[in-house]
Ligand binder design. Structure first.
Ligand code: ATP
Ligand code: PRP
Ligand code: MG
Length: 295
């Protein structure tokens, strides 16, 4: 029988968060990397076009466990989830988004500055393993047992509801924390999204291909190409402003007095570089987006 949600057995199984903070960024990254797929409405399994890959859409919090146990070859999730799941996986690459910190938080009104004063008390979290590991040394030293309770979401509500003396949750901008009247008393780990693989997967070649494509896309979105003209005597100063990733390309213009320079620059620095080039006398300064790359 041809099941709609089945995967050809020879395909590499690649797990993607089915919702949440990482979902949209990952879909954008797959599209930019040319990893196209057809997903039928309501199905959590999709076959890739032109590549032997089956995408499996799963809750972010389950992905490390599936990859670690070998049901899935490759996945994208946060380092926080990899650590919480306590499974062994290969860290193939960091993806540079989904950056935040897992923090111990307490009501601001409680004026707690020393996290050890929470040892033995009630902590609510979606990360019970990391929380227990964090409090264990304090518990051992003080001869107490911190009571760690799991909830799957809206963790920040627990103190206000009288269910917890502190929480352990993710903090990015701090908006959620402040809105709940909480503040950080200790950091546990910094996290970001990463590509992870099963340590025994037989799909090494396809994993390397996916890695190269994602690297190409990430580099392309991080850099822009800056192109400008500059007179011969100013080339050295201009190149000091835009040394490029490896080195700039310099071409002589027909007028014999000036050069055309093209150089990769970090997108976040491009305006400052353009100002500096303008100030030394460069002209015809253009910024070109890069849609993809292989370095
Ligand atoms: N505010 C945030 N900023 C950056 N990364 C985050 C943030 N919140 C979560 N993440 C990352 O995304 C991962 C999945 O969390 P997320 O909250 O998106 O999943 P979810 O709880 O399944 O979805 P939802 O919250 O929509 O129910 C986290 O483990 C973490 O790595
Ligand atoms: O510091 P901030 O920028 O406010 O981000 C942190 C919040 O983001 C996540 O929640 P999410 O929006 O996923 O809701 P959830 O708690 O229901 O999972 C996380 O659990 C924090 O609550
Ligand atoms: Mg969430």
């Amino acid at each position: 029988m041809d099941r709609k949600n089945s995967s050809p057995p020879e395909n590499c199984r690649f797990a993607i968060p089915k919702k949440g903070r990482l979902h949209d960024k990952i879909l954008q990254m797959l599209k930019g990397s040319g990893i196209e797929f057809r997903r039928e409405p309501r199905l959590d399994v999709a076959l890739c076009v032109d590549l032997p890959i089956t995408l499996v859409f799963l809750p972010a919090s389950d992905i490390a466990k599936y990859v670690g146990e070998g049901n899935i070859d490759l996945g994208i999730t946060g380092l926080d989830i990899v650590k919480e799941s306590q499974v062994e996986v290969d860290h193939v690459m960091d993806l540079g988004f989904g950056k935040c910190k897992l923090c111990v938080q307490v009501p601001s009104d409680d004026n707690i500055t020393d996290v050890s004063t929470l040892a033995g008390k009630r902590i609510v979290t979606s990360f019970p393993e990391l929380t227990k590991q964090f409090f264990q040394p304090f518990d051992d030293e003080l001869g107490v047992e911190t009571k760690v309770k799991f909830v799957s979401g809206s963790v920040e509500a627990a103190c206000g509801l009288g269910l917890a003396d502190g929480i352990v949750d993710l903090v990015e901008t701090g908006t959620t924390m402040r809105a709940a009247g909480l503040e950080v008393v200790a950091d546990i780990i910094s996290t970001q999204a990463m590509l992870i693989a099963n340590t025994h997967t037989k799909h090494i070649d396809i994993i390397h291909l996916i890695k190269r494509r994602l690297e190409g896309y990430i580099t392309a979105t991080k850099y822009v190409m800056l192109v400008y003209n500059v007179s011969n005597e100013l080339v050295e100063r201009a190149v000091a402003i835009t040394p490029g990733k490896r080195s700039p390309t310099i071409t002589a213009l027909d007028d014999g007095n000036s050069k055309a320079v093209s150089s990769l620059v970090l997108a976040k620095e491009v305006n400052q570089k353009m100002d500096a080039l303008h100030d030394i006398g460069a002209t015809d300064i253009l910024v070109l987006d890069i849609s993809n790359s292989r370095m």
